[in-house]
Design a protein around this ligand. Sequence first.
Ligand code: PLP
Length: 222
Amino acid sequence: MSVSSQLSRIKETINEACEECGRDAENITIIGVTKYVSIDRAKETLAAGVTNLGENRKEEFLEKYEAIGKEAIWHFIGSLQSRKVRDVINEVDYIHSLDRKSLAKEINKRAERIVPCFVQVNISGEESKHGLAPDEVETFIESMANYENIKVVGLMTMAPHEEEEEALRAVFRKLRALRDIIRDKQESHAPCEWLSMGMSNDYRLAIEEGATHIRVGSSLVG
Ligand SMILES: *Cc1c(COP(=O)(O)O)cnc(C)c1O
């Protein structure tokens, strides 16, 4: 199916979810995750009106970036090895996977501007998942004040696969509660207003629980 027809269905779902909880769909950013697909399909995604694109590996990101460039807003959503930071940091617009000091240090050193970052949190505690434990997040974000090229714009999480609705909602709610605590401190290096949560299977629930950025791959470009 074309990206634009799949996008229409996703937008309908977003509108329904927003009506359900009294939010404005304008405040939800759709990040089209193009990691599975070709450069042509990524171009089709952009042409369909999705200007925010997400990639999770350096090599694939750079390939697409070379072909598409600054027409898209680029989100790096995968775990990032410190030694690869210098290859992508001045090309990407946002990092969604800041989860350790060594990475922050490397970003700070290599970036030629202030980089807006989401701090990744492992709410579910699954060992396979990256991210800080919830009780580490506040201290970690406080320490980000030492890195002048990092701005913490929000929190990001990945919910477990194939969970019951209530379990997924609980994950999203916990991330939101953590976001509220940090946002309310009003630190200039960490406005932390945004929530990057929700993927193809659970973005509707994530929106109902406060997501501002959803990361949809298979249901949009697959
Ligand atoms: C692959 C990926 C997505 C998109 O997953 P879908 O289930 O295909 O929508 C979102 N976020 C991250 C971090 C990913 O790696």
